[in-house]
Design a binder for this molecule. Structure first.
Ligand SMILES: NC(=O)c1ccc[n+]([C@@H]2O[C@H](COP(=O)([O-])OP(=O)(O)OC[C@H]3O[C@@H](n4cnc5c(N)ncnc54)[C@H](OP(=O)(O)O)[C@@H]3O)[C@@H](O)[C@H]2O)c1
Length: 335
């Protein structure tokens, strides 16, 4: 599989990244750990080199599963993990990107991942209570200690990226981007291209909505965070919006996917990868069949006419919010 470079860093990754949030047992409903390990190993066999995780996913459980699956094969993988959303024994994880917390978090992550370094270390969400200089100073320390190769941020808007770059270079940005949420195209992506920042696009399948796996009657179990109807801060999974959007995805399958014998997931991922700002499209999966389907998107090239057809269909999506307000805003899961 052709590899892509994060900006001008010399670090290359597969165009598809396997994300581990759905494997965490946290907020995505039930999981089977042994199935998750098989899924990660199947991803490697299929040519996926890039794996994303975070301590916040199941209070370290997703990192442990990834560490177990990659044991003995660490050199084949580019591992991204994060800091700044800290698991808590007494309640939901909270934002803390202070120096002391980051220096503690990286060692905990390395232990769970069974490695002496990660490849990309990201500040998971901005922490309004900690000065950015302190946060990025700690990231610099982590890098100087050889515990990460690259340093980046996640869910930062352009104003924050600009502020961050005054402190130190930012190698990678992770943000939500998919056919239901194109807000990054406006300012964030052009900024990343201008400054050579690699982009990891998360939620490329809109948390399952863009897979054709839902019907208008689909409901989520209470432990599944999607049951609140909000994704990317937008009510696209809620009530009538959800029913409408499921039917729209069915049309995507019938009108764009079927003539080319492509699954909706492949269409949605190929569309994300078409954007020249995107280095890698991230997908969550917890069973091997899903990753086998998703990996096929790397070989799909959509024509301009097909992209236009997809975009005009998706312009009819319900529940989209136009503004991007990540900093201090109510995020659907963590605050
Ligand atoms: N930086 C951040 O703030 C942030 C935020 C969100 C996510 N992320 C990262 O990005 C990754 C990707 O996002 P995500 O996993 O939340 O959402 P996603 O990739 O948009 O959707 C994942 C879900 O889609 C379903 N799925 C995947 N492939 C499928 C296929 N081929 N056919 C049918 N269903 C399929 C699975 O649902 P079922 O399991 O129900 O089958 C899976 O759990 C995460 O795992 C995480 O690593 C980062």
């Amino acid at each position: 599989m052709q590899q892509r470079e994060f900006g001008h860093t010399g670090l290359h990754v597969s165009p598809i990244t396997l994300g581990s949030w759905p494997m965490s047992g946290d907020r995505y409903g039930r999981i089977d750990d042994s199935e998750a390990v098989i899924t990660i190993r199947r991803a490697l066999e299929q040519g996926i080199t890039s794996f994303d995780t975070a301590p916040a996913y199941g209070a370290g459980h997703a990192e442990e599963t990834l560490g177990a699956a990659l044991a003995g094969r660490r050199d084949e993988a580019v591992i991204t993990t994060k800091c700044g959303i800290v698991p808590s024994a007494s309640g939901p994880p909270g934002r803390n990107a202070s120096r002391a917390s980051i220096l503690r978090e990286i060692d905990d992550s390395l232990r769970r991942l069974r490695t002496d370094h990660v490849d990309v270390y990201l500040v998971h969400w901005p922490d309004p209570k900690t000065p950015l200089e302190e946060t990025l100073g700690a990231m610099e320390e982590v890098q100087r200690a050889g515990k990460t190769r690259l340093v980046g941020v996640s869910n930062f808007d352009v104003a924050l990226l600009e502020q961050a770059r005054q402190v130190r270079p930012i190698d990678v940005l992770q943000v939500g981007y998919n056919l239901f949420d194109r807000r990054m195209e406006r300012e964030v992506f052009p900024y990343c291209r201008e400054h050579g920042i690699g982009v990891m696009a998360y939620g490329s399948l809109a948390y399952g909505l863009l897979t054709g796996g839902f019907t208008p009657e689909t409901t989520f179990e209470p432990a599944d965070w999607r049951s609140n109807g909000i994704a990317f801060g937008q009510p696209i999974l809620r009530g009538d919006n959800f029913k409408h959007n499921v039917r729209l995805v069915d049309r995507l399958r019938d009108e764009v996917g079927r003539p080319r014998d492509l699954s909706v997931a492949r269409v949605a991922l190929a569309w994300v990868l078409r954007n020249p700002s995107v280095t890698t499209a991230m997908v969550g999966a917890r069973v091997p069949a899903e990753i086998e389907d998703n990996v096929g998107a790397a070989a799909v090239s959509l024509s301009d006419a097909e992209a236009a057809q997809i975009e005009s269909l998706m312009a009819q999506a319900a529940g989209r919010v136009e503004a991007f307000r990540p900093f201090g805003s109510a995020m659907e899961v963590w605050s």
